[in-house]
Every structure is written in C-alpha cells, then in structure tokens.
Design a protein around this ligand. Structure first.
Ligand code: GN1
Ligand code: CA
Length: 234
C-alpha cells in the first residue's frame, strides 16, 4: 500500500477513535451529572420530609395543648354561669362565650356528632387501606365502635346510603384476633352478624358494618371496594 494511503487510513482511524472517545466521555459526564442531580434532589426531598415530620409532631403537640386549654376554659365558663352576672356587660360576655363554646364543641359540616366524636360516611368506594388513608388525611380514623349506642348511631348514618361500610377493625396480625387498627386496642364491644366472622375463602381480615342487617358486623376481603365511616374526636 502506498504510504500516503496508509497514513491517510491511520489518520481517519485515529480521528474516528478520538471522536468516539470524545463523544463517549461527554455522555459519561452527562450521565454522571444527571445522577449527581438526582442524588441532590433525593437528599433535598429526604430533608424536606424530615422537616415536615417534625412540623407535624409540633403541630400535634400544640393542638393537644390547645384542646386541654379549651376544655379548662369551658369548665370555667360553666362555673361562671352559676354565679349571677354582676351587670349587663358581664351577662353579654358570658352569652358570647357560650356561643363560642357551642361552635368549638360542634362537629365540622358533613360530620355527625355523637358523644365526644364526629362521624362521616365516605360514600366513595375504596379498599380498606385507601379508606383508612382517606380518614387519616382528614385528621380522623376509620370508625372504632365501643358501645351499642355508638353502633346504632353509625348504622343510622349509613343505612339510607349504603348496604355496607368499612370500620377500623382488622385481624391481619393474627387470624381471629380483632383489633382497632388506629388505636391498636382489642375490640371490646362486638356486634357480629350470625355466623360471622367466618373468614370466608380464608381471605377476610377487615371489618364492615352492614346497612342491611341493623348495623351488624361482617369480616370481609380488605381489597373489596366500598363506602366507609370516618371518626374524629370533637
Ligand atoms: C357472604 O351473602 P353475603 O354476601 O352478604 C358471607 C359473608 C362473607 C361474604 C363475602 C352468611 O355474605 O360471611 O363475608 O359473603 N355470609 C355468609 O362476600 O356466609
Ligand atoms: Ca364474613
């Protein structure tokens, strides 16, 4: 082969190799940078998540403090009402405080008050887990029933709108041992329908209240979609 052609071929080959190496390096750099940006983003979100968790904890503590203060105030106002008012101005102030107490001790709109709780039927059909999540977003929990009167109250809320609704009970940890999931306490009051809980098809770990059977209970597959009842403290 002619030397010129030989050097020409080598030249082209070298240029090609260098070009390829250059492109490869750029790409590698790009990938590295992308990864680096992702890492930075991830650590940013992790930090933000941690900050938010601290904020939620602080707010919860403040909320609990305010609740106690409010309860104490309500008791004081109740006592004040026992004393005959000194004059018209005092009498007016007591009346205003009374109106405020009513507002503070009533449930938000769309919630129904019974005892010291507010209840809401969520008509959206959800799995037990999603229904549980839905209540938690509203600073509530899936309803946990402790008495017949509470059960009757919830039955009366749901019976016109749905045949069945999720409650907060599960026996996922140990078959046959039913607990209120949010409070992590065993069910004391129970209102099972006849033959229930039967763990049908060995796949029923969630508790439902039946609108068709006077509010009696059934164990049901947690992945089924249905309405649910949220409960929150007043
Ligand atoms: C049965 O008939 P139905 O759908 O209301 C069963 C329940 C099960 C349910 C599962 C008496 O109730 O235990 O959870 O199917 N009831 C009886 O779909 O066997
Ligand atoms: Ca069942």
């Amino acid at each position: 082969m002619d030397d010129t052609v030989k050097y020409g071929v080598i030249g082209v080959f070298l240029a090609f190799t260098l070009g390829a190496a250059y492109i490869f390096e750029r790409r590698l750099n790009g990938v590295y940078k992308e990864g680096h940006t992702r890492d930075k983003e991830l650590s940013f979100f992790k930090q933000r998540n941690a900050d938010l968790e601290v904020k939620v904890e602080t707010l919860e503590a403040e909320q609990s403090f305010l609740k106690t203060s409010m309860e104490e105030l309500i008791e004081e106002i109740k006592l004040m009402k026992l004393i005959p008012p000194v004059n018209e101005e005092v009498s007016q102030k007591i009346q205003n405080l009374d109106t405020q107490i009513k507002r503070l001790t009533s449930c938000p709109q769309a919630w129904n008050k019974h005892g010291k709780s507010c209840y809401m039927l969520n008509k959206r059909k959800l799995t037990w887990t999603d229904a549980d999540q839905f209540c938690r977003i509203l600073s509530a929990r899936l309803a946990e029933i402790g008495t017949k009167s509470e059960n009757d109250f919830i039955y009366n809320i749901i019976k016109y709108d749905t045949d069945r609704a999720w409650l907060g009970g599960v026996d996922t940890e140990k078959e046959g041992t039913w607990t209120w999931s949010f409070s992590q306490i065993p069910l004391t009051f129970q209102n099972w329908d006849q033959g229930e809980p039967n763990n049908d098809n060995r796949n029923e770990y969630c508790l439902e209240i039946l609108g068709t059977k006077y509010g009696r209970w059934n164990d049901y597959p947690c992945s089924n979609l249905m309405a649910s009842v949220c409960e929150k403290d007043l």
